[in-house]
Design a protein around this ligand. Sequence first.
Ligand code: UD1
Ligand code: CA
Length: 470
Amino acid sequence: MNQKLGEEHVRISVVVLAAGLGTRMKSKLAKVLHRVGGMSLVEHVVRAAMDLTPASEITVVVGHQAEDVRDQVAPLGVNFIHQVEQQGTGHALLSCRESLHSTPGLLLVLYGDTPLLSAATLRRLVDRQRRHRAAATLITTHLDDPAGYGRVILDDQGHVRSIVEQKAASPQQLSIRLINSGIYCFNAALLWKHIGEIRPDNPANEYYLTDIVDILHRHGHCVQALEIKEASELLGINTRVDLAVVDKVIRDRKARELMLAGVTIEKPETVTIDAHVTIGPDTIVEPNVRLLGATSIGEDCRIGACSVIESSRLADRVTVGPMSIVAETLVAAGARIGPFSRLRPGSEIGPGAHVGNFVELKNTKLGAGAKANHLAYLGDADIGDRVNVGAGSITCNYDGEAKHRTGIGAGAFIGSNATLVAPVTIGEDSYVGAASVITKDVPEGALALGRARQVVKEGWVRRRRAKKQD
Ligand code: UD1
Ligand code: CA
């Protein structure tokens, strides 16, 4: 509950404002639900805050698509307040007053649309606030293009006098390049005492949180500015252009982190690796790969160009050839996938198994050293160790109404173009002849043939030609 800073303990609470729709996104989806680096904007901000204080001290203000926003961060253990009508950032914070007004210490206010914010910067902010014992400290930076941001007006002593929103700014104020990042640290008691004085007297008719600065100043309190040189960290996302810019920053960071930890990434600017992905050293990631969701990849693997791997676990020494798609699948050590393989959810590939080109697996277990190298569909199947599935073989798992399973015992050999009609079981060490349609179980060690016997008519061509000439 307490954060140790210097000698003293101070309680730090955090409010994350995430109730707005974000009209400039031109989207049906609430802004904070858009994703960068594979994580929603709001989750990025909450996670940065969690580096400073326990989740139980964090409150997220939700409004637009409140349920979906809750779902994103509720598993982290944070609290929520519902802002029913979105009447501005000041109004959003005001809606927390009832539940938070008696919490002592410091209150950090963050906007849910600044996903690059680091915990280190938040720590500097808290530290600065504590040392100066100000009523509030806010993070500012100089931007070459300050359009869209509130402008920070300083007094002679370099303290913040007020913040003027873009829409309300005079031409002279618009030329100010010192901007409000929307990241504040308040003396909680003073904030709750005065927040009710914010009035919606601006062209947008909104309660601007930024007006609190002028209010505190008028009551004789000092508001400090912490100027940050690394402005990119403060980027607030308002449009899809901002979204792409920030996504690139996060992807670059992630790739760099992995490379410094021993992963080779060829043409890193072309790969997409989500925030939670882990990769072991000496693994090689080829160009245009996408590694998504909760994917983990072991050591000494190779992920081929243009492959997409989502929420899957690959052990050490796995090779994925180019153009393969792997989703919600476990791949054991030394297995070889691709090129052009598709592994669908619920599949498990055993150690050293091979899945080759144009082979699709769904909810299928492939045993150790088993092979399905060409043109196969294996759905809802349990395939034993060392089984060989010939080119073009398929499991018919669907009868038009229900799905059924196919079992293939260890060491069995399935000839090319076999059609295994589920539910059916092929015994261990048995053979299924090429092009067989198998509808009945095959016992262990047997040969099963389910095709028309071959007929040879000798001299047939000669007789046919002779007939034609008559
Ligand atoms: C805000 C600041 C501006 C600052 C900029 C930094 C105000 C008035 N202006 O402007 O000074 O330079 O951020 O990025 O604060 N929200 C709610 N409820 C509401 C309105 C907004 O929860 O009623 C949330 C939004 O979901 C968003 C955040 O507050 O996450 C910021 O809102 P936004 O509309 O993006 O503010 P800006 O116009 O960018
Ligand atoms: Ca914004």
